[in-house]
Design a protein around this ligand. Structure first.
Ligand SMILES: [Fe+2]
Ligand SMILES: [Fe+2]
Length: 144
């Protein structure tokens, strides 16, 4: 992987995060409106699919490459990846609440997940920025 590729990985992850932020915004709006549930179920299905796909890309694609390239960052990467399983179980919990029509419980669980995920996004983006800065400081040649 070149430094250009790493730089674009940071941008790619950040763009995926902003898309997920928008999906969190949609489901929170639907749940807070307290409508008859179909809109919230649809918004949740979109969020769950996109969030699970994002976590899978990070687990299987982005972070294995980064671990191989930047062994010094293995520990923070491991902590970040461990949090992904917590998010997956929170998604399953929200799905159960929505399935039985427990909208208040679903809203509280989505609020908690949105808050924890926002903190996670900041940590990831900071880590990726730091790695980019190190690469620049080391003066690695650009492929560009
Ligand atoms: Fe992540
Ligand atoms: Fe992420």
């Amino acid at each position: 992987m070149t430094s250009n590729t790493r730089k674009s990985l940071e941008g790619l992850v950040a763009a995926e995060h902003r898309h997920l932020d928008a999906l969190f915004g949609e489901i929170l709006l639907d749940l807070r409106r307290g409508g008859e549930g179909a809109a919230a179920q649809d918004a949740f299905a979109r969020l769950r699919d996109q969030l699970e796909a994002h976590l899978a890309r990070e687990d299987r694609l982005y972070y294995p490459a980064l671990r191989a390239l930047r062994p010094a960052h293995r520990e923070p990467i491991a902590a970040i990846v461990a949090a992904h399983d917590v998010f997956r179980s929170q998604l399953a919990q929200i799905e159960s609440s929505l399935a039985i029509g427990a909208k208040d419980a679903a809203l509280r669980a989505v609020e908690l997940l949105a808050s924890l995920f926002a903190t996670h996004e900041v940590a990831e983006e900071q880590m990726l920025q730091k790695i980019d800065q190190e690469v620049v400081a080391e003066g690695m040649p650009s492929a560009g």
